[in-house]
Ligand binder design. Sequence first.
Ligand code: FPP
Length: 248
Amino acid sequence: MSDLLKKINPNRIPKHIAVVMDGNGRWAKKHGYLRAIGHKSGVKAVREIVQASDDIGVKYLTLYTFSTENWNRPKLEVNALMELMIDSLTKELDGFQKNNVKIVTIGDLSLLPSRCKKKFADVVEKTSKNSGLNLIFALSYSSRLEIISAVKSITTQVLNKEIKLEDIDSDVIDKNLYTNSIPDPDLLIRTSGEQRISNFLLWQVAYSELHFTPVLWPDFKQADLFSAVIDYQQRERRFGKTSEQIKK
Ligand code: FPP
């Protein structure tokens, strides 16, 4: 057992970890490669982190894989990313099944090229009965658009008299987000030294612990995940209460 693993309290594992996988481009540049090679190396880190999360009993792992803003990148890079996702899902499907991993997607998938959309739909369908780790890919995702879509849906329900205006509360909003049945992240990790949320799960991270690391995503290993979890376990989550109230 690794020394870091021994430091993890098995009774306080974050149920949901969300990750902004940043730094693939800078990693590629540092090593003199094309950006696409950075993304390819990023997939290796995805595999390692999925395995490590599963090993310590994380139930939900959400990966910020492609934002709506990423559509503005050069066409060549966007195409390379789409092909990489298709290829990775094809290669990883057996592993997902063996490890009981359930694939879920959030975001506006209608914008994805049809082969990519089909591949995700296929993997989601084939793993839908799995009961282990929920691996959530945020794809063509924007938290603000998610909130706008929830507002429209709730307004429609009010206009149709399905719910009353005064019944709108946090639970109603939760139910109308892409993440409706997914608990809020306990821990949000962002790699590459940037300290921003970048339009990711804005509503859902209200009480998440934030962990920023300078490590570039392709270099992010099991040990880095374990360090983030240890850091999380040292935080006191007060949810607005006092320290004394929490300790009771
Ligand atoms: C951010 O680094 C990374 C991305 C925009 C893409 C991440 C996607 C993957 C690793 C593919 C995973 C997919 C599957 C299906 C396993 P960046 O390009 O913004 O890096 P930079 O800020 O250094 O330029």
